[in-house]
Design a protein around this ligand. Sequence first.
Ligand code: ADP
Ligand code: ADP
Length: 226
Amino acid sequence: DEILKLERVCKSYNVGLPTETEVLHDIDLELDHGEFLALMGPSGSGKSTLLNIVGLLDRPTSGRLLIKGRDTGLLGDNEITHLRGHTIGFVFQYHLLISAFTARENIMMPMLADRGFPSAEIAARADHLLAEVGLERFGNNLANNMSGGQQQRVAVARALAMNPDLVLADEPTGNLDTKSADAVFELMRRVNRQSGTSFLLVTHNLDLARRCDRIIEVVDGRIAQH
Ligand code: ADP
Ligand code: ADP
């Protein structure tokens, strides 16, 4: 059974306007539980659009998106929000941490936002996640005062806070030096191997892509398998 399945997904922007453009065309894609997939392709080819759809931030114009076997087209906005919060974690190129918060506070955010999470456990879980990304001594550091690589490791920890089935990472190493990029990638790979979390990694780094389970390329809104 797959975590993710796209069937003939199309996405158009500016629907109904003279500027209407289809940017994703009949995308078929499956991602298995535990799979670590690299998504490559030139700028403007539709990678971010695809990630936004898979991440339930945007809806397909046509076609079906199934997450854990559920047809997301049949879900209302509240159900979508709940599914997103409990199933998917996000890491972006620009970490989007809250710079005036500490590393620990940033990791606590998704758990605090979720009413179902027992509040007594939140700080302890944040510390556990800090240790998992090798930052156990940095919990009280302001995000602002951490290096780019450290901030991205905090972002990975935050993405894991709700114990997601799938992590979507959009060029998380894009503005890091080779050594930090390697460390952040290997961290995600280790989490993937240890906990079976699936990953979908958008990257322009062929060296990292080759260390994933599979590479797919998006070109002009279509998928080219490798
Ligand atoms: P990539 O992530 O591969 O660089 P994008 O998904 O960002 O590609 O963009 C794919 C195409 O869709 C591009 O032509 C881009 O200009 C267009 N596009 C992206 N977002 C929007 C939007 N919100 N409105 C209109 N066009 C968009
Ligand atoms: P990337 O290449 O990483 O996708 P972009 O610079 O293409 O980054 O896009 C940044 C943001 O701008 C995205 O949210 C995208 O959806 C939006 N965007 C891109 N192209 C357009 C466009 N033609 N019209 C409106 N929004 C766009």
